[in-house]
Design a protein around this ligand. Structure first.
Ligand code: PLP
Length: 336
C-alpha cells in the first residue's frame, strides 16, 4: 500500500461528533462541525453529518462549494469574512457567512439581489482575541447600516477565542458577549438565531459554567476531529484522539555514530514540508531525532524494523491539518 498515507477512521469521527453534540446539548448549545483542518474533506463531512451535524463550516469557500456540489446534507457556513473578490462564489455556494466589514456585506447584498438568492450573516465581535471582529461599542451603529440591505439577513453574532492570544474565554467575557446579544435584540427588536460563542477553546468554560446564558451555538473542529480542547490540548472524556493515523515507511536504515555512541538510525518518508512533525508521535518504541523538509530521522532503539517496514504515528491537530492538505500523503478511509 502507498506510503505515506493517512488512515481516516470515519466511524470514529461520527462517534466523536455524536458524543460532542450530546455533551453540548445538555446546556442547550448546538454544534456546527468545522472542516477546515481536513481541507473540507467530503468523507469527513459526511461522517459528521451521520453523527448529527446539520451545519458544516470551513474558512475556504472552495471547500464549501465542493461539499455543496457533492450534495452534502447540511447548511454551509463560511467561518472567515469573505474576500471582496470571492463574494460571487460565496453567494453561489454558501448559506451563512461570518462578517466584519461593511464593504463586504454591501457587496454580498448586491450580488445576492442580482442572483435572487438570500444570504444569511453572523457578525463577528471582537471579544479580546484581537483577530477578527467588530468592536462591541461599534456594533449597534454597524447593525443600523446593514439591517435594510436587500437579501441580507442578520441571523446572529459570533465570537472567537484563543486563535491569536491563546487566552481561553472566561466567565466574564462570555457574560459580556451574552449581554451584547441581549442589547442588540432589544434595541433592534429582532431575534438572533445564533449566539455563536466560540470554538474548541470553549470546552473548559462550557464545563465549568453554571449558566451558558444566551450562547446557543459553537463551531468545533479540533475537538471533534482529534478529541481535545484547544487551549491545553486536554483530552475530552469519551472522545477518541486516534481517528487519524499516519503510516510512513522506512527508506533507509543504517548504524550511525551519534554523540551517545552507535545507534540504529532509520529515515522515514515524511518531512516538515508535509506536516507538523512536532504533532506526530510514533506508535512504536522509537525516538524522533529530527526532521528536514522531506526526511524524518528516527532512532530505532531496540525495535527490529527494516527498510520497507511501516511505522505508524498518532497525530495531533496540526499533523492532521498538514497531511490532509498535501498531495504527498494518500488518504485511506476506514469504515466508510
Ligand atoms: C477555526 C475556527 C473555528 C474552529 O476552531 P477549532 O479550534 O478547530 O474548534 C471556529 N470559528 C472560527 C471563526 C474559526 O476560524
Amino acid at each position: 500500500m502507498r506510503t505515506p498515507r493517512i488512515e481516516i477512521d470515519l466511524r470514529k469521527i461520527t462517534d466523536n461528533t455524536r458524543k460532542t453534540i450530546e455533551l453540548y446539548r445538555t446546556k442547550g448549545i448546538e454544534i456546527a462541525g468545522v472542516l477546515k483542518g481536513v481541507a473540507g474533506d467530503f468523507e469527513c463531512a459526511k461522517a459528521m453529518v451521520s453523527g448529527g451535524i446539520i451545519m458544516v463550516c470551513d474558512s475556504n469557500v472552495d471547500h464549501l462549494l465542493k461539499l455543496r456540489q457533492g450534495g452534502i446534507d447540511a447548511q454551509l457556513m463560511l467561518i472567515r469574512t469573505p474576500a471582496l473578490s470571492e463574494v460571487d462564489r460565496v453567494i453561489e455556494g454558501v448559506d451563512i457567512s461570518l462578517n466584519t466589514e461593511l464593504a463586504v456585506i454591501k457587496k454580498l447584498s448586491e450580488v445576492a439581489k442580482q442572483k435572487g438568492k438570500p444570504h444569511k450573516i453572523l457578525l463577528m465581535v471582537e471579544m479580546g482575541d484581537r483577530r477578527e471582529g467588530i468592536d462591541p461599542e461599534d456594533l449597534p451603529g454597524f447593525i443600523e447600516r446593514i439591517l435594510d440591505l436587500p437579501n441580507i439577513e442578520l441571523v446572529g453574532i459570533g465570537a472567537n477565542f484563543a486563535c491569536m492570544t491563546h487566552l481561553p474565554p472566561d466567565e466574564s467575557t462570555m457574560r459580556r458577549f451574552c449581554d451584547l446579544a441581549d442589547q442588540i435584540e432589544q434595541r433592534f427588536k429582532l431575534h438572533l438565531t445564533y449566539v455563536s460563542g466560540g470554538n474548541s477553546a470553549n470546552y473548559h468554560w462550557f464545563n465549568d459554567t453554571k449558566d451558558v446564558g444566551k450562547i446557543n451555538h459553537l463551531r468545533l473542529g479540533e475537538s471533534i476531529l482529534v478529541g481535545v480542547e484547544a487551549i491545553h490540548k486536554d483530552p475530552i472524556p469519551g472522545l477518541v484522539a486516534d481517528a487519524f493515523i499516519l503510516v510512513c515507511e522506512i527508506i533507509e536504515k543504517k548504524e550511525k555514530q551519534s554523540t551517545d555512541g552507535k545507534i540504529n538510525q532509520a529515515i522515514v518518508n515524511i518531512g516538515y514540508i508535509d506536516t507538523k512533525i512536532e504533532d506526530l508521535d510514533p506508535l512504536r518504541d522509537v525516538e524522533i531525532l529530527g526532521s528536514s523538509s522531506n526526511h524524518l530521522v528516527i532512532d530505532l532503539k531496540k525495535e527490529n524494523l527494516d527498510v520497507g517496514d511501516e511505522i505508524r504515528f498518532s497525530m495531533r491537530y496540526f499533523a492532521v491539518v498538514g497531511c490532509m492538505t498535501t498531495q504527498a500523503v494518500a488518504k485511506e478511509y476506514i469504515h466508510r
